[in-house]
Design a binder for this molecule. Structure first.
Ligand code: AKG
Length: 221
């Protein structure tokens, strides 16, 4: 191949690391792991978003989150003035959240198993949409009923710098670049580590456009 398209892919190939990187005792980045699922994943995602569109949510402290959110699965994570919680109904439509799609579940279960967590049974997938400038502050995932199951987090679209901290908010986080198709899995002794996302840089992803979408699967109920 020649011309600008092949150059673009050549640059991507140089930029995107491959394989499995250990980032904690029981935490891994699985580089490009979701790519073989993408063709099935994107129509599933469009179907979910048609039923439960992205919306801006407000924290209990009154701040509007810069990432827009929605969910699929039996339980969806929400936040408003009265707190953070999982609910069976989408508060906007008062309907159940869209079902967890098959390819997304398969991908998450297989990624968890490859990272050492057999029998992952996700019942909640939070979907975050970041436009350039949007971020996620350091936080712990603590609204799930038990912490035995890992968190599986799929990145699509624009690259991001993922912050992976320790068990105290003040612990200096590792800065990990995440690209389209990367999957991060953390659990076990690392399950409650602080994590977040730095502001997304301006850009247009060739498949996803000017945005990053993150799908985070958990066992919540
Ligand atoms: O967007 C990401 O990579 C992380 C999302 C996240 O931290 C969360 O949903 O709890």
């Amino acid at each position: 191949m020649s011309g600008p398209t092949s150059d673009l892919f050549a640059e991507d190939a140089l930029q995107q690391p491959i394989g499995r990187e250990q980032i904690g005792e029981q935490s891994y980045v699985l580089r490009g792991y979701a790519l073989p699922w993408i063709e099935r994943l994107l129509p599933e995602l469009r179907h979910v978003l048609a039923q439960a569109p992205f919306r801006q949510m407000v924290t209990p402290g009154g701040f509007t989150m810069s990432a827009a959110l929605t969910s699929c699965g039996e339980l969806g994570w929400t936040t408003d003035a009265s707190g953070y919680r999982y609910s069976h109904l989408d508060p906007r439509s008062q309907q159940p959240w869209p079902a967890l799609p098959d390819a997304l579940r398969e991908l998450a279960v297989q990624a968890a198993a490859d990272a050492g967590f057999a029998d992952f049974a996700p019942d909640a997938c939070l979907i975050n949409r970041y436009v350039p400038g949007a971020k996620m502050s350091l936080h712990q995932d603590k609204n799930e009923r038990d912490y035995g199951a890992p968190v599986v987090s799929v990145s699509l679209g624009l690259p991001a710098i993922f912050l992976f901290g320790g068990h105290a908010r003040s612990d200096k986080p590792q800065k990990i670049s995440l690209f389209h198709g990367d999957v991060v899995v953390w659990g076990g002794v690392d399950r409650l580590r602080f994590h977040g996302v730095m502001p997304i840089k301006e850009g247009v992803h060739p498949v996803m456009g000017p945005q990053r979408i993150n799908l985070t699967l958990r066992t919540a109920g």
